[in-house]
Design a binder for this molecule. Structure first.
Ligand SMILES: [Zn+2]
Length: 144
């Protein structure tokens, strides 16, 4: 995981966004570079991205601020259990993913653009990733 860096090279420009879950219990602000409509937004077909409808950007940790909702956020972990897939415990919106920080804060947060106030799917520059092919076979883990 330490060698994994999905961030695109930053440019001289950035864009600032407010985001919130559907019910508003979770609110955050984020700055991304390149600006959102030039940013290669990750659109992956793996088991978790497709189910959570993730469209991900990877701001630096210091450019992401959770303004509200730490108390209502719930974590979903699977597979290696390294990533915390954080969703609103009230409305279920999949907000962002945090990576482990045992050796200090991770350099970036994976944030779901679908939570942005100014989200416009048609303006995004999507980077399609075929995660389904390299993720390995997927089977749901709950048997009841
Ligand atoms: Zn919510």
């Amino acid at each position: 995981m330490s060698d994994y860096n999905p961030q695109p090279p930053p440019t001289n420009e950035s864009s600032f966004h407010k985001g919130n879950c559907h019910c508003g219990a979770v609110r955050f602000t984020v700055r991304v570079s390149p600006p959102l409509h030039e940013y290669p937004v990750m659109n992956c077909n793996c088991s978790i991205c497709s189910r959570n409808s993730y469209l991900l950007v990877y701001p630096n940790t210091e450019d992401f601020k959770l303004e509200k909702g730490e108390g209502v956020l719930k974590d979903y972990r699977f597979n290696t259990r390294q990533g915390r897939h954080r969703f609103c415990g009230e409305c279920g919106s999949s907000c962002f993913v945090q990576l482990p920080d045992e050796s200090g804060p991770p350099p970036f947060v994976c944030v779901n653009v679908r939570m942005f106030e100014d989200f416009d799917f048609d303006k995004l520059k999507l980077r399609k990733v075929d995660g389904r092919s390299f993720q390995g076979e997927y089977t749901p883990q709950v048997n009841n």
